[in-house]
Design a protein around this ligand. Structure first.
Ligand code: OSB
Ligand code: MG
Length: 381
């Protein structure tokens, strides 16, 4: 069933976080992103989220670059064109180099529209592009990501709160000077919790002996210890740590993953659809993980309900073997852009929407409020 793109709308949004996420690359106090609506000549509209940021910190893209690329380059490529499926949309978007988060947001809107056209939930629609045996599960296993705090006691407070809420996997952001003692304190209070650390590229190979101290704490993994664009140096570190090394930032494509596997740089993958340029590339990476039995989980960019619903659909697929960075709505926002809110089940899972497309309702009045909030900031335009 083909789809003809009629219009592409962009909504730059700002939302206040319930709890900011301080990482080794900076303090993220405010959610900024670009929400995309793609409408077809058949009258179907799909939603996507370009999870760009206020500043180029995690990735290189911002709200301003996303709007520039969509308006000037993506819109002319897509509008008026007819596509057989979302992979065909992705193929056209690949003619634009870089700008993965932006392309992913537009492509996600196309995936939502196509899933609706086929009368399927996004999770079921994904499975139609996979071999037999990859039917979605009704729930996705999840954890929560916790930023750097002023004191270890403050970290313990928030971990207690999250554990009481039912999260069974805790991820802590680390950086030099905020690592070994933190892990020791958390382990002594929570000897059995699934615990992992995310360095967001804060270390170098010279820190190898220091990082080996983390092996004492029975960690699920350490995420992206070295350079944000490095694979080679990780291949030197990974075999020296007992703690499995998970790559995030430096795996931007299926080719990157093949390289990392070949040279022994990676033991776990954090797959963020935004980082790799969308769900088309994500499904390709998913298949490589399944073939190599590489442990896989779906990461997050503190998405609004639009991006999170789509990430949950991917997280429902069976080769996703570890808890994902997809938390309940109340961990991120007082009022999200979508309804109903995502809530945490007692077994640290979130139920995957089974309505058609992304399966959540986008509240237009809240989009308007979030756009007004972005515009009132007059930031970086
Ligand atoms: O490194 O995983 C990361 C958020 C923004 C930028 C980078 C990262 C993150 C997270 C968010 O950890 C996790 C979530 O969305 O819940
Ligand atoms: Mg990370």
């Amino acid at each position: 069933m083909p789809l003809t793109v009629q219009s592409l709308e962009v909504y730059p949004i700002a939302l206040t976080y319930v709890e900011p996420l301080k990482t080794s690359f900076g303090d993220q106090t405010l959610k900024a992103a670009v929400v995309v609506r793609l409408c077809s000549a058949e009258g179907i509209c799909g939603w996507g989220e370009a999870s760009v940021e206020l500043r180029p910190g995690y990735g290189s893209e911002t709200v301003g670059t996303a709007i520039h690329i969509i308006r000037n380059f993506i819109e002319p490529l897509l509008v008026g064109q007819t596509f057989a499926d979302p992979h065909a949309v992705a193929a056209v978007l690949r003619s634009i180099r870089g700008h993965h988060h932006t392309r992913a947001g537009v492509e996600a809107a196309a995936w939502d529209a196509f899933a609706q056209l086929h009368d399927l939930s996004l999770a079921r629609y994904f499975a139609t592009f996979l071999p037999d045996g990859h039917a979605p599960r009704p729930v996705a296993s999840v954890g929560v990501s916790i930023g750097m705090k002023p004191t270890i006691e403050a970290s313990l407070d928030i971990i207690r709160k999250r554990v009481n809420e039912g999260y069974r996997r805790i991820k802590l952001k680390i950086a030099p000077g905020w690592d070994v003692e933190l892990a020791r304190a958390v382990r002594s209070e929570f000897p059995d919790i699934a615990l992992m650390l995310d360095a967001n590229s804060a270390y170098t190979l010279r820190d190898t002996e220091h990082l080996k101290q983390l092996d004492a704490f029975n960690l699920l993994m350490i995420e992206q210890p070295l350079g944000h664009d490095d694979i080679y140096q990780h291949s030197k570190l990974t075999p020296q740590l007992q703690t499995p090394v998970c790559l995030d930032e430096s795996i931007k494509s299926t080719d990157d993953l093949h390289l990392a596997l070949d040279i022994g740089a990676i033991r776990i993958l954090n797959l963020k659809p935004a980082r790799v340029g969308g769900f088309s590339e994500s499904l390709s990476i998913y298949r490589v993980c399944a073939e190599h039995q590489l442990p896989l989980w779906i990461g997050g960019m503190m998405e609004t309900g639009i991006g999170r619903a789509a990430n949950l659909a991917l997280a429902s697929l069976p080769a996703v073997t570890l808890p994902c960075d997809i938390s309940a709505t109340d961990r991120y926002y007082v009022e999200d852009l979508t309804e109903p809110p995502f809530t945490l089940n007692a077994d640290s899972t979130i139920t995957v929407p089974d309505g058609i497309g992304i399966g959540v309702r986008v509240e237009m009045d809240r989009i308007a409020k979030a756009v007004a909030a972005w515009e009132s900031m007059r930031a970086y335009v």
